[in-house]
Ligand binder design. Structure first.
Ligand code: ADE
Length: 230
């Protein structure tokens, strides 16, 4: 039986999944609760990491190394950078980067760490499943680069800087960690996010207003992906 790990950053991002599965067991490791259940012929492990790249890296490592997940799916919300992304829209990451890595003093491009990759690509099979699930529901999935960093972006200038430097469509605080850890451990992964705000000067207000609803949209989309899996 295959094991699927599903990670969110915040409680609000995984609660809709736990409400859906209803029955689950809890295992505590490394300051996180991992909720285990089964769905169809899959073992499912769900956890929220807490906000930020370090927390997400730890949770993803535990998923991979303790629970031996066969793949990892991230669900949650993001700030929209592309003008065609509105609150509630869903984005599927093509690749992820860390906009807050800067060792340009040594001549490296922004976001680049030696012996690593600037953009880490998501798994094409999982992305195909997401695209099929979207098509069946008439959901227009945005497919593009997501930039991650340890700041909540609520500033039009900083937003434009991330667009210009990284060509990103959305910004959040965990995706690149999942990407780096999963790819180094050879675990297929994908990142799904529903837009909660536009990372501009009103982002904090928009985030508070739409977090719950957008988190539910993303979680519902993850269920539709599980239904699409063979
Ligand atoms: N997650 C949701 N909105 C975000 C934003 N504006 N910045 C960083 N992470 C986010």
């Amino acid at each position: 039986m295959k094991t699927i790990g599903i990670i969110g950053a915040m409680r609000e991002e995984v609660m809709p999944l736990l409400d859906f599965f209803k029955k689950y067991e809890e295992v505590k490791i490394g300051g996180n609760s991992f909720y285990t259940t089964t769905y169809k012929n899959y073992n499912i492990i769900i956890a929220y990491s807490k906000i930020g790249k370090i927390h997400a890296a730890l949770t993803c490592s535990i998923m991979a190394l303790h629970f031996c997940t066969d793949c990892i799916i991230f669900t949650g919300v993001a700030g929209g950078l592309s003008s065609d992304l509105k609150v509630g829209d869903i984005i599927l990451a093509s690749s992820l980067c860390q906009y807050d890595v800067d060792i340009s003093a040594f001549g490296h491009p922004l976001g680049f760490i030696p012996e690593s990759e600037l953009y880490v690509h998501t798994d094409s099979n999982l992305n195909e499943i997401a695209k099929k699930a979207a098509m069946k529901q008439n959901i227009k999935l945005k497919y593009g680069i997501i930039a991650s960093g340890d700041s909540f972006i609520s500033n039009a200038q900083k937003k434009q800087w991330i667009i210009d430097k990284f060509d990103a469509c959305a910004v959040e605080m965990e995706g690149a960690s999942i990407a780096v850890v999963s790819s180094l451990l050879n675990i297929p992964f994908c990142i799904i996010r529903a837009i909660s705000d536009s990372a501009d000067d009103n982002a904090d207000i928009s985030f508070d207003e739409f977090l719950a609803d957008s988190a539910k949209r993303s979680a519902a989309f993850i269920i539709s992906m599980l239904d699409e899996m063979q």
